[in-house]
Design a protein around this ligand. Structure first.
Ligand SMILES: Cc1ncc(COP(=O)(O)O)c(C=O)c1O
Length: 377
């Protein structure tokens, strides 16, 4: 079947771009001797995780236990949750430990003690990493406080917990204003982690792993010393935000939405059949503000080098409608026309569908189940 025969809207993943993205990041990590552990929240697909592991990834990351249960059930042998799990989930963690090598983060003394009690009660030990706040100010211990080393010491001392090391996520990179800014974020992240790891080691605490990871600063993180692991996720598909942050080119972006014009009520307005339930409401980020809800390419095909139509702006989303402004001078859109939309944020788009379609240029290869979609608990 060819792409133009698919029902719309459909989420498409260009196979050659996906494999090229997986290969490029793996090769860069291998060159630096850094272990790659991709975050699977982008694709939520065991098939894609298998490809990443076959190329050399040491395992995957998931955010939630529900996702980990899907990937462990599909045979992924090493899963890390860089997410602050609460010990109320102890029974699920114990069950997962029978299926896969599981690790997760801790950043709070009560939670660490709670996990210690739950694991010793179950007669088990679970690997943990201490989450360090490197400037995103979401989760993580404050590395500048004297309590940081005390917390690491506490975690290392608790029975039932096996301290593996330190972990961070520089999510502030999504608000970077230039490549230099991104580089500075990556340098600061590595400096904070290595300083704390050194202090812990000097205090006699074994820190085997130092894990950082996000797609925007990945190219700069790979230049840093002291990191043992990198955990980018979005790089498998990329999206409009990553192009805006200089982490990808339009030709690297593997995931797009095939949509159809369903109405053209005025010369300057056309309506696509992909609304917020397909594209999500996430806005694009980048060094310069990117307007609208995606980049529009005319037609069903997306050959390399194909440029978007800058005269088409998705200026508004309803649940099932995208309202496109057609600039004066741009060729009109007519009902029935097909377009490809590069979404602002591919991770949330793939989570909205049961399957994406793996495609090779004009040809549909196969559906790819998004098996862990919606597994949010
Ligand atoms: C803790 C953690 N690690 C790694 C990642 C992967 O980052 P990215 O989506 O930039 O590839 C994320 C993304 O949300 C994350 O929250």
């Amino acid at each position: 079947m060819t792409v133009d025969r698919l029902a719309t809207p459909s989420v498409l993943v260009e196979r050659s771009r996906l494999h090229a993205n997986i290969d490029r990041m793996q090769a860069a990590a291998d060159r630096r001797g850094v272990r790659l552990r991709p975050h699977a929240k982008t694709h939520k697909s065991p098939a894609v995780a298998d490809w990443q592991i076959a190329r050399g990834a040491v395992g995957i990351c998931c955010a939630k236990l529900g996702e980990a249960e899907v990937f462990a059930g599909a045979g992924v042998a090493d899963i890390r949750l860089p997410y602050p799990l609460h010990p109320v989930n102890a029974a699920r963690v114990v069950a997962l430990l029978d299926q896969t090598r599981l690790s997760f983060i801790v950043d709070h003394p009560d939670v660490a003690r709670g996990w210690s009690q739950a694991m010793t009660a179950a007669g088990r030990e679970v690997d943990v990493l201490v989450k360090v706040d490197v400037g995103f100010h979401r989760c993580g211990i404050d590395p500048a406080l004297p309590g940081a080393l005390e917390f690491i010491r506490l975690v290392a001392s608790l029975p039932g917990l096996g301290l593996r090391g330190l972990l961070s996520h520089a999510g502030q990179a999504y608000h970077a204003t230039s490549a230099d800014h991104l580089k500075a974020i990556a340098e600061e992240e590595a400096a904070i982690l290595t300083r704390l790891a050194t202090a812990a080691r000097e205090a006699g605490i074994a820190i085997e792993e130092v894990s950082a990871g996000a797609t925007p600063p990945a190219r700069f993180s790979l230049e840093q010393d002291g990191l043992s692991e990198l955990r980018p996720g979005n790089y498998a598909y990329f999206d409009r935000t990553q192009v805006g942050l200089g982490a990808a080119t339009l030709d690297d972006c593997a995931l797009t939405v095939l949509a159809r014009v369903v109405s053209a009520p005025a010369a300057d307005r056309a309506i696509l059949d992909c609304g917020s339930k397909t594209l999500s409401n996430d806005l694009a980020r980048g060094f310069s503000p990117l307007p609208g809800h995606g980049t529009v390419f005319r037609g069903a095909g997306l050959p390399p080098g194909r440029q978007p139509d800058t005269g088409l702006t998705i200026e508004r989303l309803s649940e099932e409608h995208a309202t496109v402004r057609v600039e004066a001078g741009a060729a009109p859109l007519a009902p029935g026309d097909l377009v490809r939309v590069l979404p602002n944020h591919s991770c949330v788009v793939s989570n909205l569908v049961d399957r994406v379609w793996l495609v090779d240029g004009p040809d549909v290869i196969e559906p790819l189940p998004v098996a862990a979609r919606g597994r949010l608990t």
